[in-house]
Ligand binder design. Structure first.
Ligand code: A3P
Length: 289
């Protein structure tokens, strides 16, 4: 399949992809209580990993605070922190950037659950631009114009943002899937935690909800070495500079500081053309609501 090959190739060139594992994904046995977070990169993956793991580990009251978020919710397709991750006791929590056509067929049984998090693509692109200049596994970029072309053409890990979101949205009925929006999580973290726990049929006490919300704020995650990826980035992935963090700004509308008026108008036209008939809501700036 052409799309499949393009996806593998891009990822092999730029990051630590487990290509053999992907080749055999059809045989991968999904358990009924598996939970997957699926995102396009830079859309709030680590944030949702933190929320999800806190929901399952009752706000850290069973001593999971010693484990990094990535160990609690490992990446499915990357060769990072993967030791024996498939044989973990249930419920297994995973995160992934896979497009809908590459995930294990077993997910279509609709028993295992998927949380798909999306974010307005101008902020995704802005976050990705900074991230590409931060980590050694990604190709650095000179300026936003250069990166915008790459992003819109899909020559980045994750492939084309439009295809990723559209694909998952149009195939949503094949899966048990909850769509979450980064900006809504930002606006109301507590309601977002409740929405996710409700979808997972996990009842939480008021105390748990409070603990989760507190530990999933940007400030708390940024200062929590188990949740901020700083060490993993520095020692396992590799950083180009000591400045710059995985948890960079965590805001809505930062694109306004990085796109020119002309770039913004061009982006809007492409967005409208590509997102026709996708009735998902987008929030571009929290002040404009
Ligand atoms: P910015 O670069 O705009 O700051 P991912 O985990 O999918 O790669 O997404 C990373 C983006 O999510 C980064 O965006 C990061 O700061 C943001 N993020 C991570 N945790 C967050 C939180 N608790 N609240 C808000 N944004 C968060």
């Amino acid at each position: 399949m052409q799309l499949y090959q393009k996806w593998i190739l891009l990822h092999q060139l730029t990051c630590n992809i487990d290509a053999d594992f992907l080749e055999n994904l059809d045989d991968f046995e999904i358990r009924d209580d598996d939970v997957f977070i699926i995102t396009y990169p830079k859309s709030g993956t680590i944030w949702t990993q933190q929320i999800l793991s806190l929901i399952y580990f009752e706000g850290h009251r069973n001593r999971t605070e010693d484990l990094s978020t990535l160990d609690r919710v490992p990446f499915f397709e990357y060769n990072i922190r993967k030791t024996d991750f498939l044989n973990r006791p249930s419920p297994r929590l995973f995160c992934s950037h896979l497009p809908y056509y590459l995930v294990p067929k077993g997910l279509k049984s609709k028993k295992a659950k998927i949380i798909y998090v999306y974010r307005n693509p101008k902020d995704v692109m802005t976050s990705y631009f900074h991230f590409s200049n931060l980590v050694v596994t990604l190709e650095a970029v000179n300026n936003m114009e250069h990166f915008m072309k790459r992003f819109l053409d899909g020559n980045v890990v994750g492939s084309r943002w439009f295809d990723h979101l559209r694909g998952w949205y149009e195939h949503r009925h094949d899966f048990s899937i909850l769509f979450m929006m980064y900006e809504e999580m930002k606006k109301d973290l507590r309601s977002s935690v409740l929405k996710i726990s409700h979808f997972l049929e996990k009842e939480l006490s008021e105390e748990d909800v409070e603990a989760i919300v507190k530990q999933a704020t940007f400030q708390n995650m940024k200062s929590d070495p188990k949740a901020n990826y700083d060490e993993i980035l520095k020692y396992e992935v590799g950083k180009r500079t000591d400045e710059g963090h995985f948890l960079r700004k965590g805001t809505v509308g930062d694109w306004k500081h990085h796109l020119s008026v002309e770039q913004n108008e061009r982006f809007d036209k492409i967005f409208q053309r590509n997102m026709k008939n996708v009735p998902l809501k987008f929030i571009w700036d929290l002040n404009e609501e």
